[in-house]
Design a protein around this ligand. Structure first.
Ligand code: GTP
Ligand code: MG
Ligand code: ZN
Length: 295
């Protein structure tokens, strides 16, 4: 027995990929008794009952690194946050919020600016500066010409990846371009090209470098109320080295005395737009929580 990954689940059957082979599996009854529902993305141990027909049984579900709700998938390693450079112009607060949610789920973050062909004013260079300073990998792609898609594919290698971003940014177009590199190209790309991205069921597909992609764009509707406001500073990685020097351990970097983050901000060592997004998101969380607690 060796490990596999659940690539999709339909009507009580789970399709588990192990050593490059897809097995149709059922799950042992004990999971139901323990109220454990296998999820797409789960690392599982299977036993094979019929090697020729590729039938098996899920024996063990390994501990999950995380489980996302939208899309429903476990063990995601990385979020690719896609925004277009133009048409529509990126809403930077929304971008920062998506990064916060990804950080909250302990995902690696890649920021991908798409529609490079529309970047006539060189806006990308400014965006790149901000997000690289925050510690993220920043990519520029054009889904139409496929410029930058090679580098995007490289960053997906060996990880389970989910794409997120606002409507119109080009997520489906990029998935389309990437689907050409899927291990089972035929079926996957046909499905992606039909634009089947709104199904409730997540499904994974594997690309030739071992990267795995969730075929539904993730967390597009955003509530940050699940984030503890006291954890929020941790989700702005560029604050970290200054926050460690703040006078108070629980400094929220707002009006506390001896705040080194504020000092760094005033010295232009922290980007003001990012700091303002932090304050904006902080206030939104506090406000959402207040409304929820009222009832
Ligand atoms: N000029 C240009 N247009 C692009 C590019 N990528 C996508 N588009 C266009 O942008 C529009 C939206 O692209 P989609 O891929 O549907 O965007 P999406 O992010 O999947 O949007 P939702 O499914 O609504 O969330 C389409 O008309 C695409 O043809 C690009 O790199 N350059
Ligand atoms: Mg789409
Ligand atoms: Zn501080």
């Amino acid at each position: 027995m060796s490990h596999g990954i659940i690539f999709k689940g339909i009507g009580g059957f789970y399709y588990v990929k192990r050593d490059g082979i897809l097995y149709e599996c059922k799950a042992r009854g004990k999971f139901k008794n323990d109220k454990i529902i296998p999820m797409v993305g789960d690392y599982v141990t299977i036993s094979v009952h019929d090697a020729e027909k590729k039938l098996g049984m899920i024996e063990e579900i390994h501990e999950r690194r995380n489980s996302l709700i939208r899309p429903v998938v476990a063990n995601v390693d990385q979020a690719v946050v896609v925004f277009s450079i133009k048409d529509p112009m990126p809403n930077m607060t929304l971008l920062d919020k998506m990064i916060v949610l990804a950080e909250h789920s302990a995902l690696d973050v890649v920021v991908c600016f798409n529609k490079a062909d529309l970047d006539v004013n060189f806006d990308f260079d400014a965006y790149k500066k901000i997000y690289e300073a925050a510690g993220y990998k920043v990519l520029k792609t054009c889904a139409l010409s496929k410029a930058g898609v090679d580098e995007l594919i490289e960053t997906l290698a060996g990880k389970i990846n989910v794409f997120s971003g606002p409507s119109g940014a080009g997520k489906s177009s990029l998935l389309n371009a990437i689907a050409d590199y899927a291990v089972e190209t035929g079926e996957v790309s046909a499905k992606i090209k039909r634009g089947k991205h709104t199904t409730r069921h997540s499904e994974l597909f594997e690309i030739i470098n071992g990267g795995i992609i969730v075929d539904t764009p993730g967390f597009t509707s955003l509530s940050v109320s699940e984030v503890d406001p006291e954890d929020l500073p941790d989700y702005f990685p560029e604050f970290k080295k200054y926050a460690e020097l703040c006078r108070f351990d629980n400094c929220l970097h707002q009006n506390e005395p001896g705040c080194e983050v504020k000092k760094a901000l005033n010295e232009d060592l922290i980007n003001k737009q990012r700091y303002d997004a932090y304050i904006y998101i902080y206030n939104e969380i506090v406000e959402q929580r207040r409304r929820l607690n009222k009832w």
